[in-house]
Every structure is written in C-alpha cells, then in structure tokens.
Design a protein around this ligand. Structure first.
Ligand SMILES: C[S@@+](CC[C@H](N)C(=O)[O-])C[C@H]1O[C@@H](n2cnc3c(N)ncnc32)[C@H](O)[C@@H]1O
Length: 470
C-alpha cells in the first residue's frame, strides 16, 4: 500500500543516481529507501520529489539536476519526455548498450546463477532511428496538452499520435516520430490534416463515439507499405472520402486497407479487413527469403536487427544439415524458415492459428518443403506423444514471450534431452528463471545480448545450452 508522504519528507536533496532499474528509471538510495527516479541517469546528482512511497522504496521525479551524468546527451525528439516511446533518448547510445549488457548480466548471474564471465558483447543496432517497420497511432478528441499549448480554449483538441503513459484517454499529437522511415510521418500528418479539414470526428476513448479510431502503418525492408485505417462510427460516404484521398495522394501504398471496429477494445485480430486498394499483404525480405505479412501477421518490428538476431540464433544452433529442429514459439515461422535449408526438418509450434497459417504460406512461397507447423498452447502440444510422433529434436530453438516458458514446457525439454537448446528471450529475468531449471541437465555455453529497440530499456538475449555429458 502507498503511504502518505509528509510534506517535509517529500523533497530530497543531492541524491546520487547509482544504477538503472529494469523499466529504465534511475536508481538512488537514502538510508532507508531505494528511490526509482523518472528520467534520471546513472551518474546524475539530483534533487527529487517523492511521488509514491512504499515501505522500502519510493518513486520520484527530478526537481533539479544538480550534476549531469557524462552519459547524458540531448534528446533529439521534440516529443521526448511526454511520449512513452523512446524513454532513453537522454542517454548516449553507447551507454544504453552498456546498461542493457549489465541488466542481462545481472539477471543471469543473480537469478540464474549463471557464470557470465564469458558473456559476449551486446550487438547494437546499426540503425538507431527509423528502425521500426510498424507503428500504430490512435485518433482522439482529447489531445494531451503540453506546456507549449498555453491557451487551451483556442486549441484544436483532436489528436493523432501515441498514448501518454498512464493515460488511456489522452493522446499526444505527433508531428515527427523518429521510429519509422519516410513517408510514415507525411502519411500520418496528411491524413490528420485532411480529416480535420473535412470535419471528421476523432474517437472519444471514454464515450466510444467518433469516426476515426486508429491508423497502422507498416513499411517493410523492401520499402513496400501497408496502411490500415480503423474507423469506429463513420457516416455515409466518409470511408470512401478518406480512403480515396489516401489512395490518390499516396499511390505507392501496396496495401491500403480499412476496418470498421465498433468494439470496446482496439484489437483488430477479430475484425474483418477490407481491401480498398492493392493487395491484402506486403512482403518482407531476409537473405533472399520472402515473408508475406498480412494486417494480422506478427513480424519482428526491427527488420534489419531481426536478421542479425536470427543469424546469431542460427550460428548458435550450429546446424550441419541433418538435424531435426524444433522451433518453439515460432510466430509466423520466421526463424523456422530461416534455418530450414540448413536442417533436415524443422517443426514449428505456436499459439496463434493465423500465425501458423502465415508460417505455412511462407514455407510454400519460398519452396521450403522440410517444415511442419502446429498451432496450440505449447504445454498442450509439446507432450510425449508429439515427440514420439515427430522424433526427438537434435536442436531446440525456443523464443517464448516475456513470461518465459511454462514449467511443463521446461520439464519436457529436460525429458527430451536434445543436445542443444538455443534460447532467445526478450526478458532476461524469466530466461534466468528457466535456466535455473534447465541447469539440471544443461550447461550454458554462450550468451549474446542483442539490442532490437534503441532508446528503450528492452533487450533481447540469446543463450546456447548444451546437454551435460553424463
Ligand atoms: C517472442 S515471440 C516469437 C516470435 C518468433 N520466434 C519470431 O521471431 O518472429 C513469442 C511467440 O510465442 C507465442 N506464444 C505465446 N504464448 C504461447 C503459448 N503458451 N504457446 C505457444 N505459443 C505461445 C506468441 O504468439 C508469439 O508468437
């Protein structure tokens, strides 16, 4: 429970920031409290105001930067500080990589009890700006007002942009986002301006009213574009008016789609997709392979760095061509198809049925005939009879969601005793937890963190495990 903070204890002076926490806040200490300080960087000395206090720790914000850390740089985006997108922009990229490496090291050594002395250096992203292939924006009639917006009564209150952290109903109007290459910004701003000029209403996230709801832009590594406009309650002619405008203004869009979503939530997975112009998919390309990406398909959002991650995964798997590989949590089968020509057979398992359909299509369009894909919850699919039917794998590649693997799945891996496991993870803490269990039969041989998301606290980590010689 949060405690009330007496006024005289609310403000603390000269706090040295000594570390960075998992979610990216600076960490400071007093005699009796650990402080998590928004926007503070290790090496800073700051005065802070406590915002929330628990027994042993408190959340705080900087009121004065007394000494700036040498890791600090000027953020390059005008939306920094309000937008939740790139919270580490105020730290040099080299220092971001250093802290990501350190956070993986801490998780593996403290939670996983792994000897990290031979851990390899983190692979940074060659592109640190404009690296995402997909962005999702929200239309809202409740624009988040910044200090620049002085006279609210005169302001346009409609906005198209990103949620302000902690405010589901407020949207920060975005003018320039550094996450996706051109013409992403131009498309977003042009659509917003046209909608405003035609008096189209923007969604009210509390009342569930309004015409325009979401905008999704995908730009693949081949330069192909998909634009999806999500309407809520369009009036007669409004869909045609906007879609026709987009089509004429940006004829290079390969896949122009729209959805009418009148549900309470934003997810498009259960919605009908309408093709306004072009195809209902775009292509991604990686090492000569083509991947078909539809509006509901999952594809790693940093395409260039996904290629690096997959190369490391394949290198760790050390395939000679005669192996049976299991690719667990295969998504749209991207890793499975990527390693297929170096293996005898690859079997992919994934929860989402449409992703499995994509995985099969991706094998077919690349003339890959040695893959098989199965949909279902991993703990229910990867059971002894599955292993009897398909054979014991020589190599397991596993890339679970943030929660890590279910204990039953880890137990199955221990039973299967595959000689090698390559464990790709986006959460080193849950990976470390799973490594503790796997240590019963496996040694950690290699560890390589990879940065897929510059200017955020997220970090990917690849671990190679080898079966202990009995
Ligand atoms: C980190 S993604 C891996 C995607 C894929 N390896 C790639 O690189 O594109 C994790 C995947 O696990 C799937 N997943 C989550 N929980 C699952 C479960 N219980 N059983 C099977 N798959 C699951 C998700 O749908 C998601 O596609």
């Amino acid at each position: 429970m949060s405690r009330r903070i007496p006024q005289e204890k609310k403000f603390l002076k000269d706090i040295a920031i000594i570390d960075i926490a998992e979610e990216g806040r600076g960490v400071g200490k007093t005699d009796d409290l650990v402080l998590f300080v928004e926007k503070a960087v290790p090496g800073d000395v700051v005065d802070v105001e406590l915002m929330r206090k628990k027994k042993n720790f408190a959340e705080a914000r900087v009121t004065s930067l007394k000494e700036a850390s040498t890791y600090r740089v000027d953020p390059f985006c005008e939306h920094f500080g309000v937008c939740g997108g790139c919270k580490w922009q105020h730290m040099s990229y080299e220092s971001q990589l250093k802290f990501k490496q350190q956070s993986v090291d801490n998780a593996l050594s403290r939670i996983g009890k792994v000897d990290t002395s031979a851990m390899e250096d983190i692979l940074g992203s060659a592109q640190t700006e404009y690296y995402r292939n997909k962005l999702e924006y929200t239309f809202s009639n409740k624009k988040w007002l910044t200090s620049v917006d002085e006279d609210a009564s005169q302001l346009e209150m409609n906005a198209l942009g990103f949620h302000v952290p902690g405010r589901f109903d407020k949207i920060l109007d975005i003018d320039h986002c550094f996450l996706q290459q051109d013409p992403s910004n131009e498309i977003r701003n042009t659509i917003r301006d046209f909608a405003l000029s035609k008096g189209m209403t923007f969604y009210d996230l509390r009342e569930h009213t309004g015409v325009l709801r979401n905008l999704i832009i995908r730009i693949s590594s081949t330069g192909e574009m998909m634009v999806i406009v999500v309407f809520a309650y369009p009036e007669e002619g409004q869909v045609e008016l906007l879609m026709n405008f987009i089509n004429e203004r940006f004829p290079q869009i390969a896949s122009l789609l729209y959805i009418v979503n009148q549900k309470r939530n934003d997810t498009i997975f259960d919605q009908d997709i309408h093709v306004y112009a072009g195809r209902d998919f775009i292509y991604e390309e990686m090492e000569g392979l083509r991947y078909k990406v539809g509006p509901k398909s999952f594809y790693q959002t940093n395409s260039a760095q996904a290629y690096e991650l997959y190369k490391i995964t394949r290198d760790f798997a050390d395939l000679k061509g005669d192996e049976l590989v299991y690719d667990l949590y295969t998504g749209a089968g991207t890793i499975a198809n990527f390693v297929a020509k170096k293996a005898k057979e690859v079997i992919g398992v994934e929860y989402v049925p449409t992703a499995i359909e994509d995985a099969k299509v991706n094998s077919a369009i690349n003339n890959i005939n040695n893959t098989k894909f199965y949909a279902g919850d991993m703990k229910d699919v990867l059971i002894p009879s599955f292993v009897v039917e398909h054979g014991k794998p020589d190599v397991v590649i596993t890339d679970p969601p943030r929660a890590g693997m279910h204990a039953d799945v880890v137990a199955r891996l221990l039973e299967m005793e595959s000689p090698r496991i390559v464990y790709v993870s986006c959460n080193a803490a849950t990976q470390a937890r799973d490594l503790v269990l796997l240590a019963e039969k496996y040694d950690v041989k290699r560890i390589k963190p990879v940065d897929m998301f510059p200017h955020t606290q997220h970090v990917e980590n690849v671990v190679l495990l080898e079966l202990k010689k009995s």
